[in-house]
Design a protein around this ligand. Sequence first.
Ligand SMILES: [Zn+2]
Length: 105
Amino acid sequence: MINLDDLDPTKEYDLGQGWTFKPVLGSRLSFPEDTIVGASVNHLLPNGEMCAGIVRWIKSGDDEKYNRPIWDIIQRNPLTLDPSIQCPRHPESHGYIREGKWVNA
Ligand SMILES: [Zn+2]
């Protein structure tokens, strides 16, 4: 269960259904270092390789230039994001973070 206002950036959280969630801090994007700007959302590919994708909900200046997606926070506690999250390497791995958990699409 993910509550945005209660995240420990040193931890990796279990979303269920084989997905995990590790907060990403803003230091690389010139936000204050302790700002959580998104998360690395991770899962195993069918070949057993770990796959990690960044889901971000705070914009940086060059997102539009590089056409990077930004997710909307529908609810903070427990976390619900929109739109869905789809793995670019295995499009069948597709779902949502809703009520702090992974929900398959
Ligand atoms: Zn993936």
